[in-house]
Design a protein around this ligand. Structure first.
Ligand SMILES: *Cc1c(COP(=O)(O)O)cnc(C)c1O
Length: 220
């Protein structure tokens, strides 16, 4: 299958899952996760009309995307991996959305750049729904308060929440928990669902699905 055919297949599955859940397929954004793949692998998807891409490392993205972004002004780049405070400036120069806001110091660092005139990206608070010690994200019981502090203390608008369920768990309860926290926090968007579980995530209300291997093939 060509990249364009894989994209069409995934778009079809997203639309079918949306309709199954009585949702408008247009309310779901496909974030094509291109991490580890070179520009030559990305370009056929851009040519096929894909405009939103995800990367998990600032440094990798900085080497790969500036030329593509300059050439295709419709592109939107999303950071889906951890962000160190010393990389915030580089990240905001490149990314239109950050899915990994997970601590006060990072909120403060982003707010400082925005105050200095940098465009504020769409922000998603990452929630560690499985409370895994090795995983990033705010603990579920602290998430609503953290969203409020982002707004009240740092002046940041939080667009939504993001989670990565534990590998060994059924994802549904994690997606349901993220949605419940989002309702309580008053954030609209839900970044949840990857290649293996995006249809389940859509059933639970995902607005952003982050799909890598199903589009690009297995990562080396
Ligand atoms: C790599 C990655 C994805 C994509 O995973 P696939 O299983 O390849 O679709 C989604 N979200 C995050 C945070 C990732 O790091």
């Amino acid at each position: 299958m060509s990249a364009a055919e894989r994209l069409a297949e995934i778009r079809g599955r997203i639309a079918a899952a949306a309709l199954q859940a009585n949702r408008d397929p247009a309310s779901i954004t496909l974030v094509a996760v291109s991490k580890t793949f070179p520009p030559e692998a990305v370009m056929p998807l851009i040519d096929a009309g894909q405009a939103v891409f995800g990367e998990n490392r600032v440094q990798e993205a900085a080497g790969k995307w500036p030329i593509l972004l300059a050439r295709h002004t419709e592109l939107r780049l999303h950071l889906i991996g951890p962000l160190q405070t010393n990389k915030v400036r580089d990240a905001l120069a490149l990314f239109h959305a950050v899915h990994s806001l997970d601590r006060e110091r990072l909120a403060a660092a982003i707010a400082k750049e925005v105050a200095a005139g940098t465009r504020c990206p769409d922000l998603f608070v990452q929630v560690n729904t499985g409370e895994e010690p090795q995983k990033a994200g705010v603990p579920p019981r602290e998430a609503v308060a953290f969203v409020r502090r982002c707004r009240d203390v740092h002046g940041l608008t939080v667009a939504g929440l993001m989670c990565i369920p534990p590998l060994e768990d059924a994802p549904g309860p994690h997606f349901a928990l993220l949605r419940k926290i989002g309702e309580e926090a008053g954030t609209g968007a839900l970044s949840m669902g990857m290649s293996g579980d995006f249809e389940t995530a859509i059933a639970f209300g995902a607005t952003h699905v982050r799909i890598g291997s199903a589009l690009f093939g297995a990562r080396g």
